[in-house]
Design a protein around this ligand. Structure first.
Ligand SMILES: [Zn+2]
Length: 151
């Protein structure tokens, strides 16, 4: 990206917020702390991304079972976790799993297949199973009847 483009594009999207400008400390979960831990445990601390709490969505979702609890802007390397997960009834493990899942979207970017984006292809799913408490996290997700991810 050319440095000089900055001036011309100033009026378009607001300046990219730095990590420190993004909300990460919740009432129950500290996203930055969780991100750093997951990054260290699973990715040798090599993942460069920003993370932020995003808007609340109905929890548990009633009308749209696929309502997103998190998503990842792959191009901007920005992970958004819904504030709906910032509650005492959501175990830290689930927030960790969600962050892990979204980081995987950076490592395994969406592929185009038959003109459609394919987000959770085999390599992605295999990598997801490397999560230490995968079975427990999946079980919790199933019992709480919602999908963690956006894509
Ligand atoms: Zn996903």
């Amino acid at each position: 990206m050319a440095k000089r483009d900055k001036k011309r594009r100033r009026r378009k999207p607001p300046a990219k917020k730095s990590q420190s400008a993004l909300p990460t400390k919740g009432n129950h979960h500290d996203l930055l702390e969780i991100f750093n831990a997951i990054n260290l445990w699973y990715f040798d601390g090599k993942i460069k991304a920003r993370i932020s709490w995003g808007r609340r969505v109905p929890f548990p979702p009633r009308y749209h079972k696929t309502m997103s609890m998190a998503h990842c802007h792959v191009e901007n390397r920005l992970i958004i976790i819904s504030r709906s997960l910032d509650r005492s009834s959501v175990p830290r493990l689930i927030v960790e799993y969600t962050v892990f899942h979204e980081i995987l979207h950076l490592k395994f970017p969406p592929r185009i297949k038959n003109g459609r984006h394919n987000f959770h292809y085999k390599e992605f799913c295999d990598a997801e199973k490397q999560f230490a408490n995968y079975a427990e996290a999946e079980e919790w997700e199933k019992n709480h009847n919602y999908l963690l991810h956006f894509f």
